[in-house]
Design a binder for this molecule. Structure first.
Ligand code: Q0T
Length: 309
């Protein structure tokens, strides 16, 4: 009788073979041991090995000022919403997402991403006329060199989404709207700029169509792109979150005026009623405004992703 090979595997070995050793190794790094790469008003970027760690805080900014009171779970909601859009737009463009394997203290509100050479342009897409777009339209009849029909009102839906690039301002400054030709000069490659415009509009349309199914208007949004050795266009930053986009409740949409923000309206209304002049320091938020705002972020997350937080 031939000698039989022992094929008995213990449970631990089966698990290792199925998952791979690296996948079962838990991240043991601490944020305090990482080098800070850069920081914004509401998030930080750290270096981690050859990659970056994007960490979203629970801080909220209103009228470009950071409030002294945090909104619990906001960082987690924005990170998980961005991850949802990354997962669902890979047919349109590759992105910088690597994994959710992050230090325990920032679990859920951080993402490990591939380090890219960033293009120094904000790729803004607008489906509705709001903010600096509405301001520019009233002054010139166009936005970033894109001509628009006469007689549009504030918050009107545009005939089709438009690409309105901007230059990245230093922290505390406002981004400057530029036309397509200026953006192409900055990038140094017109064909590449045309592709960034095409991809930006396609992601926006995908996001806006998806959001519309759950009663949310994605009025406009800002994308950032970079490149690496194997890919000329890689989607970076956070994608289609309420911090990088205007989210409006569709059932309250009423063109001809400024629309309420899906997520930040309780904070704005309370701060204005409190008489705040929008200059720092901002006032501490009362508990009920924090709770209502926390609930709006949770609701946006659930309506967009179909998952519960
Ligand atoms: C970046 C290389 O200003 C920013 O963040 C402030 C907190 C935006 N930013 C993005 C990068 C990214 C990303 N995302 C990347 N994948 N690779 N740089 C740097 N600043």
């Amino acid at each position: 009788m031939a000698k039989r090979i022992d094929t008995t595997l213990d449970k631990a070995r089966i698990r290792r073979l199925a998952l791979g050793d690296t996948l079962v190794t838990k991240m043991d790094k601490k944020i305090e041991d990482l080098k800070l790469h850069s920081s914004g008003k509401v998030r930080e970027i750290y270096e981690i090995e050859d990659d970056l760690l994007l960490v979203a805080s629970d801080r909220i900014s209103i009228y470009d000022v950071i409030m002294p009171t945090a909104i619990p779970d906001k960082g987690k909601v924005l990170t998980q919403m961005s991850n949802f859009w990354f997962e669902n737009t890979t047919d349109i463009v590759p992105n910088h997402f690597i994994s959710n394997d992050v230090p325990a203290e920032v679990e859920g509100r951080a993402v490990r991403v591939r380090k890219l050479d960033m293009y120094p342009i904000e790729c803004v897409v607008r489906g509705y006329l709001s903010g600096s777009g509405w301001k520019e339209y009233q002054e010139t009849g166009s936005v970033c060199g894109v001509g628009l029909p006469e007689g549009l009102q504030e918050s009107d839906k545009l005939p089709r989404p438009i690409f309105t690039p901007a230059t990245k301002a230093e922290l505390g400054d406002h981004d400057e709207n530029i036309d397509f030709e200026r953006a192409a000069e900055i990038i140094g490659d017109r064909a590449l700029m045309e592709e960034l415009r095409r991809v930006s509009i396609e992601i926006y349309e995908f996001g806006a169509n998806h959001a519309a199914k759950s009663g949310i208007i994605l009025a406009d949004t800002k994308f950032e792109f970079g490149s690496h050795a194997g890919a000329e266009i890689v989607l970076a930053d956070e994608v289609l979150t309420p911090d990088s986009s205007r989210y409006w409740p569709a059932d309250e949409y009423e063109p001809g005026k400024t629309q309420p923000s899906f997520d930040k309206q309780f904070v704005r209304d309370w701060a204005n009623a409190a008489g705040w002049d929008h200059n720092p320091p901002a006032p501490e938020l009362p508990d009920d405004v924090v709770a209502q705002t926390q609930e709006k972020y949770r609701e946006a997350y659930e309506r967009i992703t179909g998952k519960s937080l």
